[in-house]
Ligand binder design. Structure first.
Ligand code: ACO
Length: 440
């Protein structure tokens, strides 16, 4: 038996081990278990001969691989639990606001009054964007998808803030954090105004984070924009709910790209691109298209039948981690009632409720533990508030920026992390000689 590889944390927990007997060689290996995991690298010692590379794990889509140790977000998918830094999402949605929650996610603790005031000041004074970014925005076609505009312009910010490449300097990271959280709503609102052909509205530092965003979106000729308090509150709660979600596709993109030590703007552009896809942050857009396709409550049974027959998916349902009701979807469902009290009921809500009712009592969905996720109801609220569907993933990307930065910061300061570089199982040709074109 070979000694276990020396990792301090694993040694202290050495009482828990996994014994592996290699039937090919008869050798026995004892691997330490810590935090419910074995080190994948420990498997490398399992070889049949000296020139053998050693055993690897094969885990497409990281179905059973912990990429990192994290202290940011906890999810128990079976119980439907989500906590940021230990605080239940339901309490944060009820009692906190987005900027306070962003601080919590980034720095690990709820801020004191003075920390909070300083934080809000720092974000608020970083909301303006360089005039040339505005010109860049102007270059997009009138019907450009705003998510494409966000991805491009946030990447372009790296060319304006060249100090951002000093990623090992905590002060520089702090500055980019203010800039990113401050400027994302501005980029989002400018993209929205561009698509409408309306003049851009500059940030108003007298307004709160969501109110300022709403002002940049919807202010017309009035000297000062007054946000509808129900909408402002709803948007703020939605921002809290979307702020982080541990190692999801876009957080993984952020960590993976950031692991090459690129600047955070470039990494955020990559993370936002990952978010854009319909299986991730683009799902709420897809939900609305799906509800349009269903058309009426009467068509719901036929639609569910066709999903079960393999014709597409019930968008907004299912999750890699949640095998229970997504706790964010519960909060959003309540929020929808408050918004619909102001806007009038979105007729698509009845279709959504019927889809949920039938799906949750159907064997196909029960067996696969498919429940509504965060995107099932959020789009209905956004639409009722006047957002076009193309803006939905953009609205997701604004708060998720806080989560992406927290994941990036954690990755950069974790001594165990290195450039992300998975292995592969090569199943292609063995070596073969080049054949001249005339002979192929
Ligand atoms: N509708 C119908 N069937 C589904 C759905 C769905 N929404 N989701 C999963 N299934 C089925 C699959 O067909 C599969 O069935 P099978 O075992 O008979 O082949 C089984 O459930 C497991 O599905 P997987 O695709 O293996 O699950 P995975 O964990 O890889 O996918 C995902 C999770 C991508 C979220 C998936 O549930 C999905 O596509 N949902 C719809 C898109 C969506 O709402 N995405 C938003 C997720 S939340 C977020 O990112 C913010």
């Amino acid at each position: 038996m070979q000694d276990a590889i020396a990792y301090p944390e694993y040694q202290t927990m050495a009482a828990e081990t996994l014994t592996i007997v290699d039937n090919r060689t008869g050798k026995k290996y004892e691997l330490p278990i810590a935090n419910g995991t074995i080190k994948a690298l420990d498997l490398r010692q399992i070889k049949v001969s000296d020139d053998d590379f050693g055993l690897m794990t094969y885990d497409p889509a990281f179905m059973n691989t912990a990429l990192c140790k994290s202290k940011v977000t906890f999810i128990d998918g079976d119980k439907g639990i989500l906590r940021y830094r230990g605080y239940p999402i339901e309490q944060l949605a009820e009692k906190s606001n987005f900027l306070e929650t962003a601080y919590l996610i980034l720095y690990g603790e709820l801020p004191t009054k003075s920390q909070y005031d300083e934080w809000v000041h720092n974000i608020t004074t970083h909301t303006l964007i360089h005039e040339n970014i505005k010109k860049l925005m102007d270059g997009f076609h009138y019907d450009a998808h705003p998510m494409g505009m966000i991805i491009s312009t946030v990447a372009a910010l790296s060319t304006f803030y060249t100090d951002a490449k000093h990623i090992h300097d905590p002060q520089s990271r702090r500055k980019q954090t203010f800039r990113l959280i401050g400027k994302m709503p501005t980029l989002a609102a400018f993209a929205f105004r561009h698509s409408l052909g309306r003049p851009y509205v500059y940030p108003d530092n007298n307004l709160g984070y969501t109110e300022n965003f709403m002002s940049m979106l919807w202010k017309m000729t009035e000297p000062e924009y007054t946000a509808n308090p129900v909408f402002a509150k709803a948007l703020d709660v939605l921002f809290i709910l979307h702020a982080d979600h541990e190692q999801n596709c876009s957080a993984n993109a952020m960590r993976g790209i950031g692991s090459s030590f690129v600047d955070p703007y470039s990494a955020i552009a990559g993370a936002a691109a990952a978010l854009y896809g319909p299986l991730h942050g683009g799902a709420n857009e897809a939900v609305l298209h799906m509800l349009d396709e269903v058309g009426s409550v009467a068509n719901v049974p036929a639609f569910i039948k066709s999903v079960k027959e393999g014709n597409g998916r019930l968008m907004g349902f299912g999750h890699r981690v949640y095998k229970n009701y997504d706790p964010r979807a519960k909060v959003i469902k309540q929020l929808a009632d408050e918004v619909f009290d102001v806007t009038g009921r979105n007729p698509k809500l009845d279709i959504a409720l019927e889809l949920e009712r039938i799906a949750l009592s159907d064997e196909y969905f029960i067996k696969r533990k498919l429940y509504p996720n965060v995107d099932f109801y959020s789009g209905l609220i956004y639409q009722a508030m006047g957002f076009p569907v193309e803006m939905f993933p953009v609205l997701f990307s604004i708060p998720r920026t806080a989560g992406w930065i927290a994941q990036w910061e954690e990755m950069l300061t974790d001594e165990e992390q290195k450039i992300a570089r998975p292995r592969q199982v090569y199943l292609g040709y063995d070596t073969r000689d080049y054949v001249a074109m005339s002979k192929r």
